[in-house]
Design a protein around this ligand. Sequence first.
Ligand SMILES: NC(=O)c1ccc[n+]([C@@H]2O[C@H](COP(=O)([O-])OP(=O)(O)OC[C@H]3O[C@@H](n4cnc5c(N)ncnc54)[C@H](OP(=O)(O)O)[C@@H]3O)[C@@H](O)[C@H]2O)c1
Length: 225
Amino acid sequence: MQLNLNGKRAFVTGASRGIGAAIARALIEAGAEVIAGYRERSDVPFGTAFHCDHKAPELPEGPLDIIVNNAGIWLPTPVAGDDWEDNFAAVIDINLLAVAKLCRAFALRARPGSCIVNISSRASHRGEAHYAAYAASKAGINALTKSLATELGPRGIRVNAIAPGWVRTDMTRAHLDQNPLPEPLPLGRVAEPEDVAGPALFLCSDLSQYVTGVVLDVCGGAYLH
Ligand SMILES: NC(=O)c1ccc[n+]([C@@H]2O[C@H](COP(=O)([O-])OP(=O)(O)OC[C@H]3O[C@@H](n4cnc5c(N)ncnc54)[C@H](OP(=O)(O)O)[C@@H]3O)[C@@H](O)[C@H]2O)c1
């Protein structure tokens, strides 16, 4: 049994930067052909660029063995905020509904041995003040992951998720610049995108061939349950 993705074709959404770019790189280094989804930034650092806006999500053509649903937004939705309803709906549409559509499209054509990895968040477990829509969307991702794992398992398709804690990317940079250690972190630092790419690679490979329906915490021990 090897960590070898030779001959596998993978689609990673939101791969223009941040966690998605790191996952695309890890999959390529393991031998996969990677199609890198982007919304605006077509200059993807790894893989072949493919436009996929979650407002109208579509899969690339041709066979796919792996999909990593990584693209997402972190938009505040405080209860007293302006445009609460529009913003809440936008977060659910982009972070949950679009992922569900991509999972469905993938599953309709997936072969045995294929797998789905969805990027959730620690917020899915414990909630997040001022980000209720985000936390709810990621809790939905966890339930989607577990539901599809049981539905698609008999067809030989595995479905897992990763719940990162703080990761230094464009999404969090401003916050982390002001709060380099935003909470007690047993491993003493926030994550870099590569810290999430390793577990994603594991879940995409045969090393995890008997793992499905799991939401894997990648938070440096900051949240234990
Ligand atoms: N950073 C963290 O601390 C953290 C923690 C927990 C979970 N996560 C999750 O990890 C995932 C990646 O986060 P990140 O920190 O790497 O974010 P990021 O640096 O902000 O990158 C976001 C990526 O998603 C794409 N994207 C944004 N809106 C999109 C849309 N409407 N349609 C398609 N693609 C879209 C962006 O594409 P363009 O470049 O083309 O705009 C970009 O590739 C997200 O699901 C996020 O919720 C992040």
